[in-house]
Design a protein around this ligand. Structure first.
Ligand SMILES: [Zn+2]
Length: 124
C-alpha cells in the first residue's frame, strides 16, 4: 500500500468551479488491501465506522463527488474544506460522524465539540 499524501489539491481538480455547487467532508478508509490493489490506494467512504482519515469532496452539479484532498485529522479536513468553500461561496457539509461540524475536532456524540457549542451559546 502506498502512503497517502496528505493535503489538498483542489486546484488540480476544480478547473471549472461552475461545475460544482458544494463541498463535503467524509470519513474514509483505505481499502486497497481488501481489493488486492498493490500499486495505489482505493478509498471508501466510511462515515459511521472508524475512518482512517478524512477527505474533502467537491460535489458536482450533475451529481457525483470528486476528492480534492486527504487529511489525517478531521480538524485539517474541515479547515481545508472551509477555506475552499469560502473561496467559492459554497456550502460545506460535514458528513463524517464523530467530528465537530464547526472545527472538525473529534467528539463522542452530538454534532459539535464543547468549545463550539459554548461559542454558539455566546453568539445567540
Ligand atoms: Zn468544534
Amino acid at each position: 500500500m502506498e502512503a497517502i499524501e496528505w493535503g489538498g489539491y483542489a486546484k488540480t481538480i476544480i478547473l471549472n468551479p461552475a461545475d460544482y455547487d458544494g463541498l463535503e467532508v467524509h470519513g474514509v478508509r483505505d481499502c486497497a488491501d481488501e481489493f488486492g490493489i498493490t500499486d495505489g490506494t482505493a478509498c471508501e467512504v466510511d462515515d459511521d465506522g472508524n475512518p482512517e482519515f478524512y477527505s474533502v469532496y467537491a460535489h458536482l452539479r450533475e451529481g457525483g463527488l470528486e476528492c480534492i484532498g486527504d487529511f489525517a485529522t478531521g480538524v485539517d479536513a474541515v479547515a481545508y474544506g472551509a477555506l475552499i468553500a469560502g473561496e467559492h461561496s459554497w456550502p460545506l457539509d460535514i458528513h463524517a460522524k464523530g467530528i465537530c461540524t464547526d472545527c472538525g475536532e473529534s467528539i463522542e456524540g452530538g454534532s459539535q465539540c464543547a468549545g463550539c457549542r459554548s461559542a454558539e451559546g455566546v453568539r445567540s
